[in-house]
Design a protein. Structure first.
Length: 114
């Protein structure tokens, strides 16, 4: 039987984008330096108030611009100003399904349902 398979080496260039882990800590530090409490920017949830010492300083960081779009537009690293500080619920609701919500759209939904 004749072997019809042939080994072929293929090389390609791949561009990968990744999150810079320290940017959320810098966003929290920036908020504190402005005298702001570390609370959800969408609905004001305060982890420390709710959970005491265990919740102190806890918050999730949400990138306001999609990573791929930000990289295409300016090719720069994410700045603390590009991060929204959100509670876990709000962050999850933004990313629950596509198209993802903006923070303003999520606020409108919350206000409409209160």
């Amino acid at each position: 039987m004749m072997n019809l398979l042939q080994k072929v080496n293929v090389f390609c260039e791949l561009t990968m984008y990744g999150r810079e882990p320290g940017v959320i800590k810098r966003a929290i530090k920036l908020a504190k330096s402005k005298g702001n409490k570390i609370i959800c920017e969408t609905r004001g949830f305060d982890f420390e108030q709710k959970y005491g010492e265990r919740g102190k300083g806890f918050i999730e960081g949400h990138h306001k611009t999609f990573l791929s779009k930000a990289a295409d537009e300016n090719g720069q690293e994410t700045k603390p100003e590009d991060i929204a500080l959100l509670c876990s619920n709000c962050h999850s609701m933004i990313h629950r399904r596509k198209p993802w919500l903006t923070i303003e759209e999520l606020r409108e939904i919350i206000e409409a349902n209160n």
